[in-house]
Design a binder for this molecule. Sequence first.
Ligand SMILES: *Cc1c(COP(=O)(O)O)cnc(C)c1O
Length: 231
Amino acid sequence: MLNFYLNENLQKIKANILSACSRANRNPDEIILLGVTKTIEPQIINEAINLGIFNIGESRVQEFNSKYPILDKKANLHFIGKLQTNKVKYIVDKVSLIHSVDSLNLANEINKRARMINKKVNILLQINISKEPTKNGIFVEEVDEFIKQIPNFSNLNLQGLMTIAPFVENPQENREYFKNMKKIFVDIKSKNKDNINMKYISMGMSNDYEVAIEEGANIIRIGNALFKSTK
Ligand SMILES: *Cc1c(COP(=O)(O)O)cnc(C)c1O
């Protein structure tokens, strides 16, 4: 069951990553291409993994869990969707990184569940950088308070930031948001606190990943551009 479009799409994305990196003077090896696989069949996901996409992102707990037994475990599995506190227990033992931590309450629950299984769980703080009412994430003004509490959560490892930029016709419109994310990232990194090891800026999707890379993203989350057949 070979999907020739998958490899074709991948080669196009890789070429775009290369040119964005060369425009921004960045090393393309720093960029993690996360395949976003909501609604995609596990067999197709495994094909993507075989093509070298070793980071896979799911956004619904139930879907994640039903695919989990089938997915090739040589990939890192990320959780990127809205996470209810009462569902943390179903994924905490399976994920390599949770991108969508958007409250202290959720951070507290992940910490508690992580402690019960004796694990340190990697998380990103999701920021609603554009303040769109339909988007999850904390506002920039709330970041300091969140960061202040992380040293209390000894089973968490805060590794960076995530945002979902607005859906826009022209991706250049999101450039300022991506720039702001980078600033916040650098600011937190300079603080040197316990349980905080800033490594990742997860931003940029099918529509705007090249601009995101130019502004400092090192995880781009790609769904449609990878998995959608253009035929
Ligand atoms: C669906 C989704 C993506 C991928 O979006 P595309 O436009 O298909 O690339 C990225 N991040 C999150 C959080 C998503 O839910």
